[in-house]
Design a binder for this molecule. Sequence first.
Ligand SMILES: CC(C)(COP(=O)(O)OP(=O)(O)OC[C@H]1O[C@@H](n2cnc3c(N)ncnc32)[C@H](O)[C@@H]1OP(=O)(O)O)[C@@H](O)C(=O)NCCC(=O)NCCS
Length: 188
Amino acid sequence: MFKYVEITNDNIELASKIQLKIFPGESAYIHYKDAIKSNLEYYKYYLVYENDTIVGITGLYSHENINDTNSIWLGWFGVLKEFRNKGYGRHILLDTINMATILAEKYPIRYFRLYTSEKDNITAVHLYRKIMDIEEKYNNPDDVNYDNNCIIFSKALSENPITYWNNRFMNLKEIIAQQELSNIEVFK
Ligand SMILES: CC(C)(COP(=O)(O)OP(=O)(O)OC[C@H]1O[C@@H](n2cnc3c(N)ncnc32)[C@H](O)[C@@H]1OP(=O)(O)O)[C@@H](O)C(=O)NCCC(=O)NCCS
């Protein structure tokens, strides 16, 4: 039903505009640039189309060594306001998990994970509780934890047994710092 168009240098400006409508004041521009530069199959962001209309965004990344964590993460996932509450978010999330499952045939990926703030993303958390296998608080003393509201959801791909992330360092600090640089570049 949906078409996933990779974000590249050709559509990054459009993608950024859409992303900013979904996450006002939080720019993904530098993350998008970084993904394009990396040229890795498991680090890509997408515009989501229904026919010729853009309805949302999604993405996958793995900043850690994939051989070490066996994990791929959901990044910059959302639906434009006018298309919400119609099941699109659920559908896009399931399609993104499917993309991760396909990547897991080629790379040592066993778990699909995501982090969010329990306090700021109630609707998303509601959806994640239905789709994902487990949830845990993220609380690493060397990292950001959104005032103790950061939670990680994980789902096992294929037949793998699920494992917790167990507060391993995620470097949210760096992810947020990049995003702040992005904001400076985009809102200057
Ligand atoms: C989170 C988001 C992607 C959900 O998209 P959506 O298209 O509205 O989601 P869906 O219509 O598929 O609904 C998903 C589920 O949440 C439920 N839901 C929707 N709004 C809800 C609400 N306010 N309270 C409780 N449940 C809600 C739906 O009933 C549905 O459950 P169901 O599948 O059992 O029927 C969308 O709200 C969004 O883009 N928000 C801004 C960006 C964001 O927060 N992204 C995630 C960052 S972690």
